[in-house]
Every structure is written in C-alpha cells, then in structure tokens.
Write a protein that binds this ligand. Structure first.
Ligand SMILES: [Zn+2]
Length: 453
C-alpha cells in the first residue's frame, strides 16, 4: 500500500515529464521547420526568429551602454547591428554570411561610404536588412561640435544614403541613427528626436574596430552576450576580423539557444509591436550588475538626469583609458552590488573606477582608414579633435581603426593617403608598414586622394 502510494506520484511525474518533453520537441521542431522553410538550402540556419516593429517617437534612445532603455527583447534574443559600411570587400562577405543563415540585421551607414559604394547600399536593401545612418563623415566630435555642424552631419548622411537608394529611399531608409563613437550630446539627441529619428546605442560591443584578433572578437561578443542574456550587439561590417568572427559567433549563438531579432520602424501600414514599458528595460528592477563601460575621463554630470555618460568608445585610447576585458576578474573593480539599477541609471550614473578600463592591446594608426574615409578627390578633414584629449583622441579612433582594408578601392584605384598634423606630415603609399606603424600626434587631418594604380 505504502509502496503504491509512493509509486503513483512517480508515474504521474513521469507522464508529465514525457508530455512536456514531447511538447518541447514539437515546439522546437516546428520552430526549426519554420526557420528552415525560411532558409531554403540551409536547414541548420540560425534564421531570424521574429521582426520587432518599433516606434522611434515612443522610444527615442535605446541601448544600455548609454541609456536606461533598450529594445524590448526576450531572454536569449539578440539584434545584430553593423556600422560604418558599406565597404564592398568586407560588407559583401558579411552579407553572404547573413544570407546563408537567413538572418536580417540592422545597418548604420556612413554617408561618404554610401556615396562611394551606392551599390552596397542597394544590396542591403535588396537583402531585406534595415538601413539606418551614421553621419556623413563619421566625426568623433559630435559630443562637442556646434549643433549646426552636427545637424549637417546627420542630414548629409541621410541624404547620401537616400541618394544611393534612389526612388524608394523614403520607404527603404529607417529613422534609426547611431552616433559615431557613441559620443552623444543632448543637443544632438534632441535634434534627432525632433525629426522622429531613434538613437541607437548598443548593449554590448565586441571591440572589432580595435586591433585584436578575430577570435578575440568572438570571445568578447559571446562573453558579453552571455553576461546580459539579450540585447543589441555592435559590430562593423567593414572589418575583416568581423567577417572572420561572425560565422563562429552565429554558430555559438545557435548552439546556446539564442535567437536573432530583426528591427524595423513602425509605419502607418505597420504598427509597432505591442509592448509594456518595463520590457524596454534590460533587467527591470532585479539585476544590478553593470556590464557596459564608461570612459575613465567622463565628460558627464552624474547628477543631471539629462547628462548621461559619453560611452565606451573612448576606451580605445590607450593613453587615458583602460578597458576591462572579460571575463570579470575575481575581485570586481566596482562594488558587486552595483547600486544603480539599469532602469534608473538616467538620474544616478556612477563614475567608474579608473581600473575598470584596461586596454592591453594598443591600437595603432591605420593609414588605410583615411583612404577609405574619403574616396573622392576632395581634401577632407576627418576630425579636428586634439590628440591629447583622451575622450576623442583621433589616431586611435573608432572609425580609423574600424576601416582597415587594402589600399585598393572597389574600382581598382590605388589610394594614397597623406596625414598632416601639428608636428609633421605623413604620407603613406600602398602598404607602407612604416607608415602603418606611425603613431603619435601627427594625425589631425587626413588628406586623401585617388590616383590610378
Ligand atoms: Zn562608426
């Protein structure tokens, strides 16, 4: 009797387990089928699990690297975002990788790149990806430039991408924008909001603009995604190391049960996906562990709700910033019970410890970057910031290191780069290693011109 009484719950439990497993297998099986059906010839594709429609006017700023809100993702959902393109050689390879996995991603294009490679913009559109913009010339000074100049950067970038898209530009271009280097400013954000444009920060970078290996990019991407569990991954489709890392990143995401979400803007015909306010917070009210980085020389006012920190991208300057590389050390450089819940950071962001920013891999100047910045014959000022200021040091900047290709453009032209700085002039031809090694203050200005190979 006693044994029967004991056995019955066991049998019930077993039955429940079997039914649960069956449903689980059916569910995952049907999900796989759906993905495979969406991806002919690639039955093991990661796929795009859903499309999220967002209204930029309701949520004008997203990404927990800088803002209290981020996309309303479920656990194990990741949005792939790619900046700085298009650059045919690498962007095309990124597109092929995404196509093979039937993944739709979000791109942020630079106007000058769109002007130089308009076909690359149309390829993105034709592949069904979302196209946002990222200024005209990728200045790393938007946090301090006059607002009229910032507006021109934004407007010109949009105009250049629209020109590349052609007739249906208004329909194909999303009102999504990412500030170069994430170097935000109130006036810039206000202007974008007034135009109904959503500012995208990110939830985790993979440092793929720095001079690190592709396996390091892979490690950082996976570690940071795992640490937060969901969010927007910031990558650069112009980078060879990103091309090399992406297949492994996607394979690992699939193996670990992650799903890719594609984000599109709401339109009159396409209403925003219904959400609750708390879904726009990464971990509402429960988890307080800070993963993102802030600059060691913060130019923000932590007591002002409107003055969030300038972001992590200053940490590619080895002179003033240090980057904490994951995994986390056993002894955290900040208090483990980080006092600021993500949901409330707007009013109380803390200034991080100097030791948070460790940068063991020193970035070097890439002269190719300048060549690709301005493919046209015109002389172009890349930036006017002063190298001694850590927050926006030029030679180790995001974009210069982000673009590290060969000296040949997509049209077979050889590009020649000259750098003029306060203490001298550097001229680099072809693949000059000496020039590539050159660093220091002589990099205020990039003069770029094309000549035939
Ligand atoms: Zn960028």
């Amino acid at each position: 009797m006693t044994s029967k009484i004991r056995t019955l719950p066991k049998l019930l439990a077993h039955a429940v387990l079997c039914v649960t497993l069956s449903f689980g297998m059916l569910a995952s099986g049907s999900m796989r089928t759906a993905f495979a059906a969406d991806c002919p010839g690639h039955p093991d594709a990661l796929g795009t699990s859903r499309t999220l429609v967002v209204d930029p006017r309701e949520h004008p700023r997203i990404g927990t690297m800088q803002y209290p809100e981020t996309l309303p993702l479920r656990d194990h959902e990741v949005v792939l975002s790619f900046d700085d393109g298009p650059l045919p050689r690498n962007s095309d390879r990124i597109l092929a990788i995404l196509a093979a996995q039937c993944i739709k991603a979000n791109f942020f294009l630079v106007g000058e790149m769109a002007k130089s490679f308009p076909e690359g913009v149309r390829k993105l559109r034709d592949a069904g990806h979302t196209i946002g913009t990222h200024t005209q010339t990728h200045p790393l000074t938007m946090n301090k430039m006059p607002i009229e100049r910032a507006k021109a950067e934004i407007d010109d970038g949009i105009a250049s991408v629209k020109a590349a898209l052609g007739a249906d530009a208004d329909k194909s271009l999303a009102p999504f924008f990412r500030i170069p280097g994430l170097l935000r400013a109130d006036a810039v954000e206000d202007y974008l909001a007034s135009r109904g444009i959503q500012v995208w920060s990110a939830d985790f970078p993979a440092d793929d603009w720095r001079h690190i290996s592709s396996s390091r990019v892979y490690d950082l991407a996976i570690q940071r995604i795992e640490a937060k569990g969901k969010g927007i991954l910031l990558l650069h489709d112009i980078q060879a190391r990103t091309v090399a890392a992406l297949p492994r990143i996607l394979a690992t995401l699939k193996a670990r049960g992650y799903h890719i979400v594609h984000v599109v803007p709401a339109t009159p015909d396409r209403p925003a996906t219904p959400t609750e306010p708390q879904q726009w917070q990464l971990h509402p009210r429960s988890e307080n562990v800070a993963i993102s980085h802030w600059p060691v020389i913060p130019n923000f006012v932590s007591t002002n709700a409107d003055q969030l920190a300038a972001p992590a991208f200053s940490y590619f300057d080895a002179s003033g910033a240090k980057l904490l590389l994951f995994p986390l050390p056993k002894t955290a450089p900040w208090p483990r019970d980080w006092p600021v819940p993500v949901a409330d950071t707007a009013s109380t962001l803390a200034i991080p410890a100097r030791s948070v920013f460790e940068l063991p891999e020193l970035p070097r100047l890439s002269v190719e970057s300048f060549a690709l910045l301005a493919p046209g014959p015109a002389r172009m000022t890349v930036t006017e910031s002063k190298p001694e200021r850590a927050v926006t040091t030029v030679g180790t900047s995001h974009f210069e290191h982000a673009i590290r290709g060969k000296f040949r453009s997509g049209h077979g032209k050889r590009l020649v780069v000259s750098h003029h700085g306060g203490r001298g002039t550097m001229v680099a031809h072809g693949r000059s290693n000496a020039a590539r090694r050159r660093s220091g203050p002589a990099r205020h200005l990039a003069q770029v011109r094309k000549r035939s190979a």
